[in-house]
Design a protein around this ligand. Structure first.
Ligand code: HEM
Length: 263
């Protein structure tokens, strides 16, 4: 017997995919399907972003800045779609959300391990975020691996060093678990990149776009939270919007922002 021909449904596992949206409210409440679909779509985009970020690091390590930029462009386009998607959820009024909110119990985007993996890749690492997941679970194993990996910023500094810039060894061998702190030495290098090295200045600009894009998502998410639940605490146990506000406006790559006033 030959294998059955590949079809749209078999290739994409459509039957299985369509069974994965399981509302918990009685009825079920009309808006719960939208809430589930949006979150699942986000998780798929997170998966794709992780795939592309791995590629960016590899391309930087291989000294291929144009291809790294091309991949960053794709990441930025996905981020734009991710931010725009929040508009759809904002069509849900506070009362529509309340109609099923209690059925979420303690579930929250706060527990998205793929979101934490993206943060880890971009240098926002935390042991606490790791320990929220049971040992040996898929999420924990993935996060432990990402915790130990160099960040996109580390790959960028290594790339600059290979391009002939005098990145201090203390930065090239830094503990990749530590946060990304501003550095006067790196800033001096970046200023000269911006002044004299168009190719690498373009790459820097894509990293600024990325940093701004993540901040944009955080800002839009907190605004959506404010308009949907006001000052109520989150299902994930945090103070809600007040907690989220603290994460808005924190740059991922502070050096790239600080040099603006030196140019
Ligand atoms: C009505 C819609 C939404 C509301 C009211 C909401 C509310 C919240 C709240 C209150 C938090 C803080 C943690 C906690 O739960 O205590 C949070 C965190 C989070 N939410 Fe949402 N959210 C919504 C939609 C979404 C969507 C569509 C996503 C997409 C995946 C998402 C992803 C996240 C993430 C990743 C965090 C963690 C942020 C961080 O720790 O920096 N949320 N959300």
């Amino acid at each position: 017997m030959t294998d059955p021909a590949v079809t749209y449904a078999s290739y994409l596992n459509i039957d299985e995919l369509l069974t994965l949206q399981q509302p918990r409210s009685q009825g079920p409440e009309h808006d719960e399907l939208l809430f589930i679909v949006i979150h699942q779509v986000y998780e798929l985009w997170f998966k794709e972003l992780l795939h592309e970020f791995d590629r960016v690091r590899q391309l930087l390590d291989a000294g291929k800045p144009h291809r790294a930029q091309h991949t960053l462009k794709r990441i930025l386009t996905i981020l734009k779609v991710m931010v725009a998607q929040l508009d759809i959820l904002e069509t849900m009024t506070p009362l529509e959300f309340l109609s099923f909110r209690e059925r979420l119990e303690a579930a929250s985007g706060f527990q998205s391990d793929q979101f934490r993996q993206i943060e880890f890749l971009l240098g926002v690492k935390s042991q606490a975020a790791l320990h929220r997941f049971p040992e040996e679970s898929r999420a924990r194993v993935a996060l432990e691996r990402r915790y130990q990996e160099p960040t996109v910023w580390d790959a960028f500094l290594r790339y600059l060093s290979k391009e002939g810039y005098a990145v201090p060894p203390s930065h090239l061998d830094r503990d990749v678990v530590a946060g990304i702190e501003p550095s006067a030495e790196v800033q001096r290098i970046l200023v000269s990149v911006y002044r004299d090295d168009t190719k690498n200045a373009e790459l820097c600009e894509r990293l600024v776009d990325l940093d701004e894009g993540i901040q944009e998502w955080r800002y839009r998410h907190v605004k959506m939270v404010e308009r949907t639940i006001g000052a109520k605490s989150g299902t994930g146990g945090s103070a809600g919007a007040a907690y989220l506000q603290q994460t808005v406006g924190r740059p991922l790559f502070p050096d790239l922002w600080q040099i603006r006033s030196q140019l």
